[in-house]
Design a protein around this ligand. Structure first.
Ligand code: PEP
Length: 250
């Protein structure tokens, strides 16, 4: 699995306005001029900025993506945004099943599964998020939860080309806390084994990102763990220097 090209993905969440464009210019510029790191880079800004972000980054290798998508292609769904609309605005990826969507909007594994298929329908790569809560971890349920989320959220048509998995322990998101390196290694090995069990050998090539309080100072040790094929970065993706510092860990 060491031949998998890593992906460093930024999730801006509900942050960013026109005033944030210089950060994107800096990220795009670094990846275009002499920033020679062997990773794919992706920024998922809020939907309001997607088209502008695409324009700013179009001359760079940095891709843009959505943070969520509706299940339908179009129709009477006020406030929702379809995968086709994200694609039209320049997206090549979309995050589905982030824990903030699962918690704030009651998204179940079944809904996340349907959103992943909506992403594929539009020609987007789905970044499917999974991860245990603090209380699930304390009860020793982490690996069982990951299995249930893989079985429920990852559609049977998932391939290394159309899907990325992001392991994000809920208690590590935005808290500054991270699992120990052995715990990260155990979770990622389990996810790999379960993906291969459910999807077949092709899943050996699927990217499994780690997410949760990744920053330049801890990226090196986290990204060196077996079966960690990149990072999904929240807070530290808002500043170009931090995002680039994480990518430079490779
Ligand atoms: C995230 O929300 O995907 C995330 C990992 O956030 P943070 O890096 O801020 O913990």
């Amino acid at each position: 699995t060491s031949s998998i090209r890593p992906l460093v993905a930024g999730n801006w969440k509900m942050n960013g306005t026109n005033a944030s464009m210089p950060e994107l210019v800096a990220i795009g510029g670094a990846f275009t001029h002499g920033f020679d790191v062997p990773v794919d880079a992706l920024i998922c800004p809020p939907a309001t900025l997607l088209a502008r972000a695409y324009d700013v980054l179009s001359s760079s290798a940095v891709r843009v993506g959505g943070q969520d998508c509706a299940t339908s292609e179009n129709g009477a769904h006020t406030g929702d945004i379809s995968a086709e609309m994200l694609k039209d605005a320049g997206a090549s990826f979309v995050i589905v099943g982030h824990s903030e969507r699962r918690i704030d909007h009651g998204e179940t594994n079944e809904v996340v599964n349907e959103k992943a298929r909506a992403a594929w329908r539009a020609g987007l790569v789905a970044i499917i998020c999974i991860g245990e809560t603090q209380s699930q971890r304390e009860k020793g349920l982490t690996l069982d939860i990951l299995t249930a989320q893989i079985e429920g959220s990852v559609p049977s048509g998932a391939t290394a080309a159309n899907t990325v998995i992001a392991y994000e322990p809920v208690w590590a998101i935005g808290t500054g806390l991270t699992p120990t390196i052995p715990d990260v290694a155990q979770a990622h090995a389990h996810i790999r084994a379960e993906l291969v069990r459910v999807l077949g050998d092709g899943a050996n090539a699927m990217r499994i990102l780690y997410g949760g309080s990744v920053k330049p100072s801890n990226a090196g040790e986290l990204l060196a763990v077996a079966n960690v094929n990149g990072a999904l970065v929240g807070g530290a993706s808002l500043k170009a220097s931090d995002f680039l510092g994480i990518a430079e860990a490779y």
